[in-house]
Design a protein around this ligand. Structure first.
Ligand SMILES: Cc1ncc(COP(=O)(O)O)c(C=O)c1O
Length: 370
């Protein structure tokens, strides 16, 4: 029998018939972009849904990151994690900022606060941590280090849509946070992203920056970029908000199936669930310990692929191993042992709202049959 493909993710797409009236309305209004009706409505709805004070929508998460650095006028060196998607560090490079890699904590896989201070130099102006897989960083420790040394904090919260710690959105920490609404994310606007900030003044500055710096028809207040979200994306996002809670519930159920099914397999470890965290179940990373499991992570990846199960090696290679960054002193593997081990051991299993129990069972059976 030919087994069907199981992909690592599948986009959350609202019913077409519900999207069509939005399209008809956009056609009628003839306002396709530039802070249109649906753009404004989505910003308002997201503030309510995410429990955040201000949000500025972007055409993607990478431009949101690049613009966030511009908004805070960050220069010099920025401390960041190598265990993320390349866009985190690329945003620094595009701003002519030197990334300084600091190792991660073995439990959360986020930037290790104990190692940040040693990496601070007179050139350091900010910290850019990532809530990787949606697990909150140690925001209190990072805040206290940033305060002591007068540094800004920009969270790459691309994975952390709707994640809360003790009832507070993680997006409220740091000077700015950015989200990605890429099609592969739990919540999507096809392509898209956002910056979350604390004051109307900062929101205003970000809004200017994402629209070439225009304040009005004839006034350009800053060297801005074009990073605006259009009306089709905004309407898609607005409609998807109706379905996001259901999608997260389904992901949660799959997470539970994985956790109970995997607990009996020696050599496979799951990510620790953090107390007080309302998760979004974006990813299901597992650690493969080759001595106990009998296969390396890469062999496991190939074995699953041969059974048409497409898991992904997020995050491998480490960002610090890419040619652009590997000559940096902080990119040395000896400086990043925990990140290096995670990059060698972790694989993300398929996880999305349409994955069936039968699919999950097929994945568990494959992992058990090594
Ligand atoms: C951690 C992280 N940062 C930034 C991005 C970039 O977001 P986008 O793809 O929306 O540009 C992504 C995802 O794609 C990501 O996973």
């Amino acid at each position: 029998m030919n087994e069907s493909n199981i992909n690592v993710t599948s986009p959350l797409i609202p019913p077409l018939e519900e999207y069509i009236p939005y399209l008809e309305d956009i056609w009628k209004r003839k306002w396709l972009t530039n802070n249109g009706h649906y753009h404004q409505e989505l910003e308002g709805e997201l503030c309510k849904y995410l429990k955040i004070p201000h949000i500025s929508l972007f055409s993607n998460g990478t431009l949101a990151l690049i613009t966030a650095l511009q908004a805070l006028r960050i220069t010099g060196e920025v401390i960041t994690t190598p265990y993320s998607f390349v866009a985190t560090t690329h945003s620094l490079w595009w701003n002519n900022i030197k990334p300084v890699f600091v190792d991660i904590d073995p439990v959360s896989l986020n930037l290790d606060p104990d190692k940040i201070e040693a990496a601070i130099t007179p050139q350091t102006t900010a910290i850019m941590p990532v809530h990787v897989y949606g697990t909150p960083c140690n925001v209190k420790r990072i805040e206290s280090i940033a305060e002591t040394y007068g540094l800004k904090v920009i969270y790459d919260a691309a994975h952390a849509f709707a994640v809360e710690q003790d009832g507070v959105s993680v997006l409220n920490y740091g000077d700015l946070s950015i989200l990605s609404f890429h099609a592969t994310k739990t919540y999507s606007t096809i392509e898209g992203g956002a910056i979350i900030c604390h004051t109307p003044e900062m929101k205003q500055r970000i809004d200017y920056l994402k629209n070439f710096g225009f304040e009005d028809e004839v006034t350009v207040v800053a060297p801005g970029i074009n990073a605006k979200m259009n009306e089709l994306q905004s309407a898609f996002g607005l409609l998807s908000l109706k379905y996001i809670d259901g999608a997260i519930e389904k992901r949660k159920a799959i997470d539970a199936l994985y956790r109970s099914g995997l607990s009996s397999i020696p050599g496979i470890r799951t990510l620790t669930e953090m107390p007080g965290v309302k998760a979004n179940y974006s990813y299901f990373p597992i650690f493969i310990e080759k001595e106990k499991y009998g296969m390396t992570r890469d062999q496991t990846y190939e074995m699953l692929k041969s059974r048409h199960i497409y898991a992904r090696r997020y995050f491998y290679p480490l960002i610090s191993d890419f040619p652009t960054y590997r000559a940096l002193p902080s990119a040395a593997r000896s400086n990043l042992p925990v990140s290096a081990q995670a990059a060698d051991q972790v694989i993300c299993l398929p996880l999305h709202a349409e994955l069936s129990e039968t699919d999950v069972q097929r994945i568990l059976d494959a992992l058990k049959s090594r």
